[in-house]
Write a protein of this length. Structure first.
Ligand code: C5P
Length: 471
């Protein structure tokens, strides 16, 4: 009934309905249903027929979304589920926003939609085969994986998720997913039982730990009669919105052209080849800062100690173990405009780490002599020729937080210290929220407790303010 209604509308009206639906993050069918439910008829002068209302905030609104992804490239993988038809709508939505699109159809997807339809909507032939002579000659699976800003998988079936989680590469879609170094967004869609199955839960946990972003699934009716629950693919408008957010579309790039070094995570200081001294830093705050800075357009090098979280998208990541290796990587990454030193660097290392595993049972416990590690923050802040314009340190304290931070500002020679209370009751170490005080020569600013991503965003905004527009 709704399909019939929409098909009968003239083009101008359909366009307005499409914009309105996108504005509300709904499908066109759902938008019509909402309008009808609100008691509006097609032939009355209701909101559906009136002009599309100007959004209160232009961001996120359909009208403003036109062109929001201009200059961006999206590779869409359509998996083999009934929601594949919505994948076709997604192509249109993303192209409406100005992105260039390439589309891969799995074998399963081709049972629901044709490469011809996907190619016609994408404006370029759709890709289907791993061993396709023309493609391998021309774009090839590695180029498909790399010549894009983001890979979206919609619908992501249970099977495709399982293959991704296991790292299988037995067709074009899975090979590209394994070969890509770009952010990946999946929109799962499957029967609620399959979604709830422990195997799918495990695969989802693996994928999110690997840094894959997930949108949906939503609750609602399934294609199968009488089936309902969580498993419906997110609507194309919702997925397009998530793509915009991930690609930082429409966002200003206040740090464009600025080089930034961020340290993050703990360091591991070897005792012998199998043992080390470490601390509880998760790297969440430092990684979030690197990600927010990259979104703001900075050219970011993240020097990270051993962490269990994914690399942030759009960032050059150098992985190190010890404080000395971290210092060497930071020095190699200079010069930079900004340095943010969020790593929980071990203060001491074992003076002489054993070359072989230290054995017990010798009658006495080993006496470990410790020596102080180099101070990376202080070294960079006092660098004779390559000091960044803005040097920012962290102070993780369990008491007298601000007093210690002030002392640290002077002792280390940095411009700002972000001080936080890391006593166990705060849950900051390893947790997702943080409350920090920004301590500078000018005074102390206390920020409310907020997610680490929000702390990162606020810090990036403050950095952009402090640097001013790049000359
Ligand atoms: O450990 P401390 O409280 O001195 O750390 C304060 C700041 O100094 C943090 O920003 C930390 O990343 C940095 N730091 C460093 N190298 C060290 C010790 C600390 O860069 N060896």
């Amino acid at each position: 009934m709704t399909n019939l209604t929409i098909r009968r509308l003239d083009e101008a009206l359909k366009h307005r309905l499409r914009l309105r639906a996108a504005q509300n993050g709904r499908s066109m069918e759902k938008e019509v249903r909402c309008l009808l439910a609100a008691g509006l008829s097609e032939d009355g002068p209701g909101p559906m027929l009136g002009p599309v209302a100007k959004p209160a905030s232009p961001a996120g609104a359909a009208a403003a979304q036109a062109g929001a992804l201009a200059g961006r490239r999206v590779l869409l993988i359509i998996g083999g589920g009934i929601a594949a038809y919505k994948g076709l709508d997604l192509i249109r939505r993303v192209r409406e926003r100005g992105a260039e699109m390439r589309v891969i159809l799995t074998y399963g997807a081709q049972q629901f939609v044709t490469p011809l339809a996907a190619g016609a909507l994408a404006g370029e032939r759709a890709y289907t085969d791993l061993f396709d002579q023309t493609t391998e000659f021309d774009v090839g699976h590695i180029r498909l994986a790399r010549d894009t800003d983001l890979v979206a998988v919609a619908p992501a079936t249970a099977n495709l998720m399982a293959k991704m989680a296991a790292g299988l590469a037995d067709d074009l879609a899975s090979t590209v997913l394994l070969a890509t170094d770009k952010p990946v967004l999946i929109a799962p869609a499957m029967n609620p039982q399959m979604w709830a199955h422990p195997a799918t839960r495990r695969n989802l946990a693996r994928l999110t730990a690997d840094g894959v972003r997930v949108i949906g699934p939503n609750a609602g009716e399934m294609a199968e009669r009488g089936e309902a629950g969580v498993g419906r693919m997110a609507e194309p408008g919702e997925i397009a919105g998530a793509l915009e957010r991930l690609l930082g579309a429409g966002m200003p790039h206040p740090l464009k052209g600025q080089r930034m070094i961020v340290t993050s995570g703990p360091t591991h200081e070897p005792i012998d080849p199998v043992r080390y001294i470490a601390n509880r830093s998760s790297g969440k705050q430092g990684h979030a800062i690197a990600e927010a800075a990259a979104r703001a357009g900075a050219d970011v090098t993240l020097v990270s100690g051993p962490v269990a979280i994914a690399d942030p998208p759009g960032v050059r990541v150098i992985k190190v173990e010890s404080a000395r290796a971290m210092l060497a990587a930071v020095e190699a990454a200079l010069p930079a405009d900004v340095g943010v030193f969020a790593a929980a660097v071990a203060d001491w290392r074992v003076a002489e780490a054993g070359e072989q595993k230290i054995k017990k049972g010798t009658g006495s416990a080993p006496q470990l002599a410790l020596v102080e590690n180099p101070d990376i923050l202080a070294t960079v802040a006092r660098h004779p020729t390559k000091r960044p314009r803005l040097v920012i340190g962290f102070a993780a304290e369990t008491e007298h937080v601000i007093a210690h931070a002030r002392a640290k500002l002077a002792a280390k020679g940095c411009d700002w210290i972000l001080a936080n209370d890391v006593s166990p009751r705060t849950g900051v170490m390893g947790g997702d929220a943080n409350s920090v005080h920004l301590v500078s020569e000018g005074g102390v600013e206390s920020w409310p407790r907020q997610p680490k991503a929000a702390v990162a965003q606020s810090l990036v905004e403050r950095i952009a303010q402090a640097l001013g527009p790049r000359q």
